[in-house]
Design a binder for this molecule. Structure first.
Ligand code: NOJ
Ligand code: CA
Length: 564
């Protein structure tokens, strides 16, 4: 059985649609590199490491929020959208970063958080001070409570990190937040909210940023008119036009306006939507050329390392991307999920049946709750599978998003002292979740020093002793290291993609033994992945790259790139 999907154009660094095949490296700035030694990663530290990113061979950086923030949610609680957090830099240093990245041939995508501000944002402070019924409250979502004295929240809904979606103010009114109390949701029906985000997008686009990653892109449009469903009924309403806040049709108009702004730039600015939905057709709306341009496909985060699951989600997503005239996005890791090498070291969880939480996620949460002790992580297998999966996705059409440390094969830090934890999910869920700190521990750059080369002082989240085994300095000189594998993969990918043209067959499944997936990109590049646990014969051809030593076989949990 063969499936062919529309082809990409010749890859050219000056292309207006550079993003279609870009490998984008996500940086969580407070945990990447700390130049001044206060324990918090900063823009100067990041700028110093641009040569590292260039040598790695990524095409672009996605910078997670760097705005002023009290860090109630790792920076996704923004005080001021057109400034840099003084704890990590200033606008001049931001300009220096853009110049350094562009000078190295790398693009920059910045995170934009339009669903909610922080409770320290000037507008929210104004709203609190102005009182019920004031125009200032109109920019957010304020309601009177239920009960005789309004002492009950307007609904019994639960926020994403646990607790209520409503918080009561001193004057008795309640405000709505999908996430933490410190993250009040904007009212996107308010023209000033819309206008202000246009101003923010233009501000960064004028500074030369190449694109935006749009946080909770599917949450902006809301219809909270009465009667509102209770929590039990809310769970039965699918995201979409009938849901009070997820994926309503009205979001389209917001992004069409953004697109008009993006298209005023040359090259046009690009954006990728964060949309957690398993319905590719709904996701498409965000990816279309008259909308943001691309939407994250998180299906791999909900899948096991299993051939049938990978195959069906590749088919589904390539078809969806082609239909939207976009390109697919492949994601094995980000700052919200258990690191890939650990996830793949846990027993397979079973196929996703569409229910929430999916089996893989439920397994990961239970594992984190056990402090990483149950089940026992198979470290070698996890890394082996992670390397194989990475070469698999880097061969696929579309763009790939890597999360800092993924190129090191870094594992999740499952044991963190409760006093060191930072994630609101830990504090708000009453122990049902431990949260996401374990994938946000500052990177190990060297094997010594107070924070393994992260900075001259101790790191804001302590690194475990075993982190040093993953240090960049150890891996950089080792041809068998995961870092070396990524460097080779990215440089070969560039060369191989530039050999593809619109007339080539961009993607074609090849016949393969059970448990193996194989595909061809044009005539000169084949990708073979053995998802099973027994060795298979090595297909004929010249081996370009392999995720593990081959010894004449296609070993279990391995990927090989071949020229047939
Ligand atoms: C999605 C982000 O990736 C996550 O880190 C954040 O907590 C929520 N959006 C809320 O902004
Ligand atoms: Ca610092």
């Amino acid at each position: 059985m063969c499936q062919t999907v529309a082809v990409s154009e010749k890859v050219d660094p000056d292309r207006r649609d550079w993003w279609r095949h870009a490998v984008v490296y996500q940086i969580y700035p407070r945990s990447f590199a700390d130049a001044n030694g206060d324990g918090i990663g900063d823009l100067a530290g990041l700028t110093d490491r641009v040569p590292y990113l260039q040598a790695l061979g990524v095409d672009a950086v996605w910078l997670s929020p760097f705005y002023p923030s009290a860090l109630a949610d790792g920076g996704y609680d923004v005080d001021d959208y057109r400034a840099v957090d003084p704890k990590i830099g200033d606008l001049e240093q931001f300009d220096a970063l853009v110049a350094a990245l562009h000078g190295a041939g790398l693009r920059l995508i910045v995170d934009i958080v339009p669903n909610h501000s922080s409770n320290r944002h000037r507008w929210f402070q104004e709203a609190l001070a102005a009182g019920p019924g004031s125009p200032a409250r109109g920019r957010y979502i304020f309601r009177d409570g239920r009960g005789e004295k309004g002492e009950l929240p307007p609904t019994d809904w639960e926020a994403a990190f646990g607790g209520s979606t409503w918080t009561q103010t001193e004057d008795g009114q309640w405000y709505f937040h999908l996430f933490a109390d410190e993250q009040p949701d904007f009212n996107w029906d308010h023209p000033e909210v819309r206008a202000d985000f246009i101003k923010t997008l233009a501000f960064w686009a004028d500074k030369g940023v190449d694109g935006f990653r749009v946080d909770v892109a599917n949450g902006l449009a809301k219809d909270l008119s009465e009667p509102l469903p209770d929590a039990a009924r809310l769970k039965t309403i699918p995201a979409g036009p009938d849901h009070p806040f997820y994926d309503r049709d009205e979001v389209d108009a917001i992004y069409r306006e953004w697109r008009r702004l993006f298209d005023r730039y040359d090259p046009p600015r690009f954006a990728v939507a964060e949309v957690w939905t398993d319905l590719p057709d709904r996701r498409l709306r965000y990816a279309r050329p008259d909308s943001l341009g691309q939407a994250f496909n998180f299906d791999l985060l909900r899948a096991d390392f299993a051939a049938d699951q990978f195959r069906s989600l590749v088919d589904k997503n390539l078809a969806a991307a082609a239909k939207a005239d976009s390109s697919s996005t492949w994601v094995l890791s980000n700052h919200d999920v258990v690191r890939t090498a650990s996830r793949y070291g846990l027993p397979l969880a079973g196929a996703d049946d569409g229910a929430y939480p999916p089996p893989t996620l439920a397994r990961d949460v239970a594992w984190l709750l056990s402090g990483g002790t149950s089940p026992v992580e198979d470290v070698a297998l996890g890394l082996r599978r992670a390397r194989a999966a990475s070469l698999f996705i880097l061969g696929l059409p579309g763009s790939a998003y890597l999360y800092q440390g993924e190129e090191l094969g870094l594992r999740e830090v499952a044991q963190i002292n409760p006093a060191d934890r930072q994630d609101p999910a830990f504090f708000r869920s009453q122990g049902r979740e431990v949260g996401r700190d374990g994938c946000r521990v500052p990177l190990p750059w060297t094997t010594d020093g107070p924070s393994l080369g992260f900075g001259p002082g101790p790191a804001h989240l302590p690194q475990p002793g075993w982190f040093k085994d993953y240090a960049v300095s150890l891996q950089a000189g080792d041809p068998d290291s995961t870092l070396a594998l990524f460097r080779q993969a990215l440089s070969q990918r560039h060369a191989l993609l530039s050999g593809l043209s619109r007339s080539d067959e961009a993607f074609r499944w090849l016949p393969a033994p059970a448990g193996v997936l194989a595909f061809a990109r044009g005539d000169a590049w084949q990708v073979w992945t053995n998802f099973g646990d027994t060795d298979q014969p090595l297909p004929p051809g010249e081996v370009l790259l392999a995720s593990t030593p081959l010894e004449g076989r296609l070993p279990a949990a391995a990927t090989v790139w071949l020229r047939p």
